[in-house]
Design a protein around this ligand. Sequence first.
Ligand SMILES: Nc1ncnc2c1ncn2[C@@H]1O[C@H](COP(=O)(O)OP(=O)(O)O)[C@@H](O)[C@H]1O
Ligand SMILES: [Mg+2]
Length: 351
Amino acid sequence: MKKSGFYYRILYERVFDPIALYKVSDGKVIFIDVNPAYERVMKVSRNDIVGKTFNEVWPKAEPRWSRVIRECLKQKRTMHCIGESRDAGSYLEAIAFPIPPDMAAVIFLDRTKLKHSNNNLKDRQKQLRALAAQLTLSEEDMRRSVASDLHDCVGYDLISQLGILREIQASDDKEEINRLVQILIDNTEKIISENRNLISELSPPVLKEAGLNPALEELAKNILNPNGINWRIIAKGSSDEFKADDAVCVILYRMARELLINAVKHSGAANVNIIINRKPEVITVAVEDDGKGLLKSNNKGFGLFSIRERLLALGGNLKIISEQGNGLMAVMTCPLKLKNGELFHDKDTAG
Ligand SMILES: Nc1ncnc2c1ncn2[C@@H]1O[C@H](COP(=O)(O)OP(=O)(O)O)[C@@H](O)[C@H]1O
Ligand SMILES: [Mg+2]
């Protein structure tokens, strides 16, 4: 045996991936040899299969595997194929090399992990696409809800004010005019308050005027009090010293709103803590409840997914810590300051 043949033999014997040598005789693919890895992975013994045809050894095999061997031998060049193998119980890639004059060596590589990560990537792409659609829809919902509030409350009130003004114009009874003016005043106060609520729903003024901590306090009051949930805010780190960008505050506020609504909707909790922790570079806002916790099968909603995606886009992240029956803590982490142009870009593409 030539020295190079000896080294090939060692490689063939020691390599962790299955290798088989084949030949075509009378139109049939025949096993010439297999390495120890082939015996181990495919659970066959070399002595039982050498000399047998591919079909005798693997009667139920997918046709792609024998096809790749035939094509390699026919075209005398390296061929490859990839797919599920029922016999190996995994996702395999086969690379067939011609060995002159008439043999082919095939190495089988286990690509199951690659397949899973590809599948995960595809799932994630699908979710992102759905998120984009969902965002458009929720923007549209928001517009519709503002339009309907304007129509039902402010619009309706203004029409009724106009009616009263016309009555005043037509009346010369001073007492009646005084009564109508009082109605006008009451209605105007109502319109102002409705208008304030509408503005606050669109863009909470307390966030701009007083900052994130008081805004979260107001949010907790509005969302948790009506549902009889006790709550407290625990704030660490000075909000003057570690001031977050406006965009960061708005996003954390919106996301905290989703988490508080989740606590109301899903947790059955009696107590909620909102923990705001500011450090020199990052801010974390955690919403912790003492409810029933997250069921493993139940964490596939858009709320948590979209919070996670938005925070990732800012260079932050979302961690969910939960044990069934033991409450849930959602921790949002975000940099205090955004780099220019980072808000709507992925971390990798941001400047
Ligand atoms: N605080 C919580 N306690 C228990 N389960 C929760 C909590 N928050 C979320 N979940 C579970 O996780 C799922 C996903 O939440 P989310 O992504 O916000 O979607 P949605 O609120 O639209 O259902 C919920 O349907 C719920 O089953
Ligand atoms: Mg939700």
